[in-house]
Design a protein around this ligand. Structure first.
Ligand code: FPP
Length: 201
């Protein structure tokens, strides 16, 4: 947060979080990795509450990347289950607090149960006016850009847009992130300093 001359702080409009370090947190305590992920999800609830309180407008959580499919099957299943449990237990309260829930990523590849829960939560909260909570789930920045390029090419071929009219603004409208401003702050709790295919554009 930037400090102005009067010593007060301006609140970032969009905070993005790469939710890592859970495995290391669990290992340090002799616990299974999945306990670390559950703890990560709990901390995330607190973060969202705090963001709402201080007036952050957008929070984006990198909860499952396109690379995460390479993790052991048990861990992948546990992460999917965790998202379903999170939505089942939190969505009513998020809705009461006027949160708009959105997903960045290809959810068609997810199991029916998971996809359905996500779609219902999006539908329930779509007209809310409060904090926008983006879950990046089965999301990868490179995948997002390739998908956008394909859709732009389709639209050029179908005559919906002209090649000459392709600008940064137009292209940004083909991305999963089209309805959110660029992040002001990216937090990586583990302390790693890399983007790991997150919000590349
Ligand atoms: C990567 O780092 C983190 C993940 C693959 C999963 C993060 C997901 C969650 C915390 C759960 C989803 C959230 C909600 C709110 C449902 P790592 O934890 O494997 O870190 P390491 O580098 O310490 O091993």
């Amino acid at each position: 947060m930037a400090e102005d001359q009067k010593g007060s702080f301006s609140v970032p409009a969009h905070i993005a979080i790469i939710m890592d370090g859970n495995g290391r947190w669990a290992k340090q305590r002799g616990l299974p990795r999945n306990v670390g992920h559950r703890q990560g999800a709990k901390v995330f609830e607190n973060i969202c509450g705090y963001c709402q309180k201080i007036g952050v407008k957008y929070v984006t959580a990198y909860a499952f990347s396109t690379e995460n499919w390479k993790r052991p099957k048990d861990e992948v299943n546990a992460l999917m289950k965790l998202l379903v449990q999170y939505l089942r237990s939190e969505v009513s309260e998020l809705h009461r607090n006027k949160v708009v829930l959105r997903v960045l990523g290809d959810i068609t590849a997810l199991a029916d149960e998971c996809r359905k829960e996500i779609e219902e939560s999006i539908e329930l909260t779509k007209n809310n006016t409060g904090l926008v909570l983006n879950f990046a789930f089965n999301y990868g920045g490179r995948d997002e850009i390739i998908r956008a390029v394909k859709n732009v090419v389709d639209d050029v071929q179908e005559g919906k847009i002209n090649k000459e009219n392709i600008t940064q603004e137009l292209f940004a409208n083909y991305l999963y992130t089209k309805d959110s401003p660029d992040p002001d702050l990216i937090i990586r709790p583990s302390g790693e300093q890399r983007l790991s295919n997150f919000l590349l554009w």
